[in-house]
Design a protein around this ligand. Structure first.
Ligand code: AMP
Length: 278
């Protein structure tokens, strides 16, 4: 495994005749990230992992400043995985030049007018901007994304279709801690008390799913979720939605094939998200 700040230098080490799997990350790697990387290694002769905390996808500068940066530890985790693994860890200037762009060039329609798109106004513009730049540099056959960020996957799938990029987007399941908490780089920022309460997101989704499978009214399920968070003082619920997996539009009635529950809440200062197929 070798690490590069400059993509042209990295590219010299890649064999153009061998396939490339690509895993974009913001670092502070955990088993969730590693599951994507292992999946790529399984299917491709070469794997490129990017580690880049992308400033344009953060609306909240506090969140950007706090975001954990643990490059040495990340590299140590990757070192033993595979010989043909390349880490691309650019500086902001390598990706954006002297100043990151302030334009919003993408139109993902209704996909961005819900959930994370509403709560974080420029988030998906920033995600799409960096992912398109990285895709055009790395030019992989496949790129691996976690269902932890399910709305993001739908945005990337749409980006690839809109830009006619010949890249397979591979969805990978959510990796969880033993207590159900979805792994996330932000979990390390939780205080011990917050960490002990954090599995509530997963428990809530499980309870809501059970009610959904019994075909309780969607309004009642939502009300039950809101009541749970009213009684949990460390949390501030941002949204709980039941949406169809393709268009991410709210489901109001049964039958509801391809439904998924989505939840976002702040726990202290840290914003957590989770989702689950219903
Ligand atoms: P991030 O570093 O948070 O931008 O995440 C990089 C990639 O890892 C994204 O595709 C995420 O969806 C994925 N990922 C993050 N956490 C998990 C998890 N717990 N399970 C599976 N994939 C994850």
């Amino acid at each position: 495994m070798e690490v590069f700040k400059n993509y042209e230098k990295l590219q010299k080490h890649l064999n153009p005749k061998e396939s490339i799997g690509f895993v974009p990350t913001m670092g502070a790697l955990h088993q969730g990230h590693l599951s994507l990387i292992k999946e790529s290694i399984k299917h491709h002769q070469q794997t490129v992992v990017s580690i880049f905390v992308n400033p344009t996808q953060f609306d909240d500068t506090g969140d950007l400043d706090r975001y954990p940066r643990t490059l040495e530890k990340d590299l140590a985790q990757l070192a033993s995985l595979n010989q043909n693994l390349w880490v691309y860890a650019p500086l902001v200037s390598e990706i954006y030049g002297p100043a990151p762009p302030v334009t919003n060039p993408y139109d993902f329609g209704a996909l961005t007018q819900t959930m994370e798109g509403l709560s974080r106004a420029h988030h998906f513009q920033g995600v799409a901007t960096v992912v398109e730049k990285l895709f055009r540099k790395v030019n992989p056959q496949s790129a691996y994304f976690g269902e932890k960020d399910f709305q993001q996957i739908r945005i990337i799938e749409t980006l690839v279709a809109q830009k006619n990029l010949n890249i397979e987007i591979v969805r990978c399941p959510i990796v969880r801690e033993v207590d159900g908490l979805a792994m996330s780089s932000r979990n390390t920022l939780l205080s011990p008390e917050e960490r002990s309460q954090a599995p509530l997101l997963h428990t809530t989704l499980c309870a809501a799913k059970a009610q959904f499978l019994r075909q309780q009214s969607i309004d009642t399920i939502k009300q039950n979720v809101h009541e749970i968070y009213e009684k949990a003082p460390l949390f501030s619920l941002d949204y709980f939605n039941i949406c169809d997996e393709n268009r991410l539009q709210d489901i109001k009635n049964y039958p509801a094939p391809q439904a998924r529950g989505f939840l976002a809440a702040k726990l202290g200062k840290i914003r957590l998200i989770d989702n689950m197929p219903f």
